[in-house]
Ligand binder design. Structure first.
Ligand code: PMP
Length: 384
């Protein structure tokens, strides 16, 4: 046996079943399998191997600010933000989490309760990401509670979740609550060049990112937060310490290697589609959006939010936004529940009520495989 064989890798689990022309197409979750095509071509540049005796300790960096943060991961995250220019990193603490889902919980914990000891109100303008209410309320905490649409919120002591580009509708957002007692968490899961023009280097108090939507490695379960205030960052670290005693080192190493492959692809390797992740994904998304817009325009019963463009400081040209989800509205008489209507056509989506709005609209993932996306397009084309 050669060394190569011994290193050889894991038996992959299958994930979702393959899609055929008459099977169910599940576009309910934003499962980013579209990215596989890029990573298949990067060869060993994004592969890691960990010998059985390594990475065993709980601890990553006992002398650092965050003891469970792998220094190599931190280095590549800061490098990536400097390359893309989407967020300021100097003067910020960097924290790692088991997906940005864990960091979101750590952040609302760190910002609660209000000064008078009452629960903070967690809000976001509708349509808001459907996980915000469920994750906020599932432990029935006395520290904070979900309080719905930020546009109609009249109280004080709020934590506003600012998701931009927004899940589900792709809108570019700024905080709507300006009161002094109000705090914000910026969810920048989709503030990457393939989804929207990079128009400013963001510098907010808490900014959250995730490899899930940046590189497509949702199963690695790695997110990060840039946090300005030291005390808030320390409370977030405490939450993750009590919740999961840190974050998988194996996953952080893998994420570091993936982010390094992206940065190297722009900074060190020859220009070419196989090396440039954001260009690959941007082009793929643009093709899908143009197909979907043409199909919707021909249908006569559906509509989509207007498309918009802007000057992207990363691409150094004006680009059109390609949101990660289609926010699809139906105008056909009698269709009050579009999710149920599409389900009859074996298309699974997520209905408006989960995002705090009406049922004539659904969210459809644009990040799935080519097969699933093309079957979805064919079925929409056949609906009148
Ligand atoms: N924020 C937004 C807006 C999302 O859409 C998602 C994933 N659907 C997340 C956060 C969570 O991402 P993860 O936990 O995979 O990092």
């Amino acid at each position: 046996r050669s060394d190569d064989e011994e290193i050889t890798v894991v038996e992959p689990s299958q994930g979702k079943p393959p899609v055929t022309h008459d099977s169910i197409v599940n576009l309910d979750h934003g499962d980013p399998t579209m990215y596989k095509g890029f990573w298949r071509k990067t060869g060993n540049r994004a592969t890691i191997a960990i010998p059985g005796w390594q990475m065993m300790s709980y601890f990553s960096d006992l002398s650092g600010f965050c003891w469970f943060l792998e220094p190599g991961f931190e280095r590549e995250v800061r490098r990536l933000h400097r390359l893309v220019g989407n967020a300021v990193v100097d003067g910020y603490h960097l924290l790692v989490g088991t997906g940005s889902t864990q960091l979101f919980q750590a952040a609302i914990y760190a910002l609660s309760p209000a000064e008078d000891g009452t629960p903070m109100s967690v809000v976001s303008p509708a349509p808001y990401y459907s996980s915000y209410p469920s994750v906020t309320n599932f432990l029935n905490s006395g520290l904070y509670r979900w309080d719905g649409d930020a546009n109609t919120f009249e109280g004080s002591n709020s934590i506003e979740l600012v998701c931009s580009p927004n899940n589900p509708d792709g809108g570019i957002r700024k905080a709507v609550i300006t009161s002094k007692s109000g705090k914000t968490i910026h969810d920048f899961a989709y503030y990457w060049p393939q989804y929207a023009p990079i128009t400013e280097t963001a510098a907010h108090d808490i900014m959250m990112f995730t490899v899930s939507k940046c590189t497509g490695h949702a199963g690695t379960r790695i997110g990060w937060a840039l946090v300005k205030d030291t005390e808030v960052a320390q409370k977030m670290i405490k939450f993750i310490e009590l919740n999961t005693i840190g974050v998988s080192k194996d996953s952080q190493l893998r994420a570091a290697k993936i982010l390094k492959a992206i940065c190297d692809g722009y900074e060190l390797l020859p220009i070419g589609e196989a090396n440039r992740l954001f260009h690959f994904a941007q082009q793929k998304m643009a093709e899908r959006w143009s197909k979907l817009r043409a199909t919707v325009a021909a249908s006569g019963i559906f509509s989509l939010p207007n498309q918009f463009s802007g000057y992207c400081t990363f691409a150094k040209e004006t680009v059109t936004a390609n949101p990660p989800f289609a926010w699809l509205r139906c105008h056909k008489d009698g269709v009050e529940d579009l999710e149920a209507f599409l389900r009859k056509h074996k298309i699974f989506t997520r209905g408006g009520p989960r995002f705090g709005v009406d049922g004539r609209v659904v969210r459809v993932s644009m990040l799935d495989t080519d097969e699933a996306f093309n079957v979805f397009i064919d079925r929409v084309a056949s609906m009148k």
